[in-house]
Write a protein of this length. Sequence first.
Length: 200
Amino acid sequence: MKVYITRKIQSKAIKHLRDKGFTVSVYKEDKPIPRNILMKNIKNVDALIPLLTDKIDKEVIDNMNKCKIIACYSVGYENIDVDYAKHKNIMVTNTPDVLTDSTADLAMTLALTCSRRLFESRKLIDDGKFKHWKPDLLLGYEIKDKIFGIIGAGRIGEATAKRAYAFGAKIIYHSRSVNKKMEKDLKAKKTSLNKLLKIS
């Protein structure tokens, strides 16, 4: 089975496919594949692994004579003409929950970076201006007992709220719908966007 990947990805992922017996070809540049190269390289593939930056429309789908699956290397799949792929009996898959924890970790990293003034501290050191410790030097603040606002209470919002709650924050959120699990487990309170921006 021939697999084509439209961008350089982690070598262990490619190795995993090859270990399973797939013949894997990869566009080796670390940038979006030009359309003419994509069209040339996918004619006889059984599987296509595109990235979110690749537009997989009717023309691209018609250019694949044997393709059975388009496996999106992303959560989103708005770059794929899913209806036309189905019409051609090509399965389309995505990775719906793969980035939830990573994104929530990053959100907490940014919150801690701001609350503890890490960028300012790093700049002080890099500029050679740190001489000695002082009691009021770059004082930050704790997340504990602060009001932590979450905009959007889906998977990522909820995962971020869990992390903030573990730090002792009080959680408020704005979302189109109520997240009963967050309200029960994290004592989160739903509020308006304006109020969230004002008090968190």
